[in-house]
Design a protein around this ligand. Structure first.
Ligand code: ADP
Ligand code: MG
Length: 483
């Protein structure tokens, strides 16, 4: 679990990134320091070599000061293959190469044959550049070499554009090696210390940041259907974790209200079931008190049958709703003319209208094509029309009409019943909701819930307009088939 925790992953990621950065940084640093130390050394050697050549020349000129008077100075001063010059160079090296200004720099002077004519005392250990590689110098090229812990600079000194002799200076690389070594050790020590410190700090930071998540997990563990009011403590971090907690609480709120609805439904259902069963029981008890006539038995059984029908219809309605809820209901979708369907339904209830002395009218042009399940749509409109009959008093009016509105068919069912109070309109589509339970004994308050479910499953909807005392209009809108 710990190895998979975000805290662990973040920490490892931190450390890996830092290790990578440090490694590349160290490599670049080491490389740059190495290059710059060596190039400093080369510059130093070059300038020393130049200085030495100049000093030897000065020596040479001073030694020949008298000779320069009169005679052909240039011929006498020729250094190339001149034994006198070799001696002077030797003397200079002997006398001056211990000068503290030269530090631990070694000096050698070669003649144009590549033979050493003068060497400082401290050249022990300094290897010799192989003969073959020496030739380019004799021809006028300078060169740098690294041999056996020494950096060596070999450069020709010119006289009349010809090589007169060669100066070679060398310096031990020890100091550079020590400096680089120190750098290496420093970087090696820095690496684990920094990576570890970052790891510890990263782990701590992740722990602090994710602490609210641990709290949330603990609270969530305690949430059950019975105690949905438990809410997460919202951390005031203004970050994703706060957002997560808020979102979770929102979801809990929605779940809580859904659970409450279910609970209310359950209670309502028990109540609705109990009423007809109690009536049945009462009727049976009464009739069983003494011996009755056949007619009386028949009356009671007829009434019992009615109550049983009520229970069956309740069960049927609930079943339809349950199927809509679980999206189990399969729609036999077919292209149908809604005006034709409505005309049929209206004709079927004409008898009822005559019985209640209600004026029933229908208007609408044929050709309002929609896709839908005719059986479900029949249930939808019957439920609404049934209500209109149920709640409209005798000599009232019911008008059914179908019109085209934009891309929809709008079917309105208008009655002259008592209307629905404004504050109840929002509830009439709720399951088991009935405005006035005593208004009518029949019905469970499920008809409109079913109507709404059908309309919505057909991509449409239902709206209501009602003025208490004047009447109610239900408007069902269903999407038309696109031409
Ligand atoms: N045409 C109407 N006129 C007045 N009230 C209505 C009308 N249609 C529905 N209602 C109100 O809406 C409630 C819910 O309707 P419904 O779901 O069909 O349940 P039921 O008809 O079983 O009572 C009804 O109880 C009634 O109070
Ligand atoms: Mg109804």
């Amino acid at each position: 679990m710990f190895l998979k925790s975000i805290r662990f992953k973040i920490t490892i990621l931190y450390m890996a990134i830092l290790a990578l950065t440090l490694t590349s940084f160290s490599l670049i640093l080491y490389h740059n320091v190495n290059v710059s130390l060596n190039s400093n050394m080369d510059t130093l050697l070059k300038s020393k070599a130049g200085g030495i050549a100049q000093a030897i020349d000065t020596y040479w000129q001073a030694a020949n000061l008298e000779a320069m008077d009169g005679a052909d100075a240039s011929e006498i001063l020729r250094k190339r293959r001149n034994a006198n010059f070799s001696r002077i160079a030797q003397r200079w090296v002997k006398e001056e190469s211990t000068d503290p200004k030269l530090l631990d720099i070694m000096v050698q002077v070669f003649d144009t044959d590549g033979k050493a004519i003068a060497s400082s005392k401290n050249i022990a250990g300094l290897g010799e550049i192989p003969r073959g590689e020496f030739i380019p110098v004799l021809q006028g090229k300078q060169r740098f070499d690294t041999m056996a812990d020494f950096r060596i600079y070999t450069a020709p000194v010119f006289e009349n554009e010809k090589v007169a002799y060669i100066v070679q200076v060398a310096s031990p690389l020890g100091s550079i090696k020590i400096a680089l070594n120190n750098l290496k050790v420093g970087l090696f020590l820095l690496f684990p210390i920094t990576v570890l410190t970052t790891g510890v700090m990263g782990a701590f930071l992740a722990k602090v940041t994710l602490h609210p998540v641990d709290n949330m997990i603990e609270t969530i563990h305690q949430i059950r259907a019975e105690n949905m009011m438990i809410k997460l403590k919202i951390p005031n971090t203004k970050d994703e974790i706060q957002k997560l907690a808020e979102t979770f609480n929102d979801m809990l709120g929605r779940l809580e209200s859904a659970f409450n609805t279910q609970r209310r439904l359950f209670a309502d259902l028990s109540h609705e079931l109990k009423t007809p069963l109690t009536i049945l029981k009462g009727e049976f008890e009464v009739i069983l008190k003494k011996t009755r006539s056949n007619v009386e038995y028949q009356e009671t059984l007829k009434s019992a049958l009615e109550e049983t029908d009520r229970i069956i219809s309740l069960a049927e309605n609930l079943l339809i709703l349950a199927k809509f809820d679980s999206k189990e209901i399969s729609q036999k979708s077919e292209k149908l003319d809604i005006t034709v369907l409505l005309k049929g339904i209206t004709n079927n209830v004409r008898g009822l209208a005559e019985l209640k002395e209600i004026m029933l009218s229908f208007s609408g042009l044929e050709g309002l094509w929609i896709y839908g399940d005719p059986n479900q749509l029949k249930i939808l409109f019957l439920n609404i029309i049934e209500n209109a009959f149920k709640y409209t008093p005798e000599k009232g009016r019911i008008e059914v009409s179908a019109v085209k509105r934009n891309a929809s068919a709008n079917i309105s069912i208008k009655d002259t019943g008592p209307g629905i109070p404004e504050d109840e309109i929002g509830h009439i589509f709720d399951r088991f909701y009935r405005v006035d339970k005593s208004r009518s004994s029949s019905g469970f308050g499920l008809g409109l819930s079913i109507a709404k479910a059908v309309a919505e499953s057909h991509g449409g909807g239902i709206s209501v307009q009602s003025h208490p005392g004047e009447g109610t209009t239900f408007i069902v809108s269903l999407p038309l088939v696109r031409p």
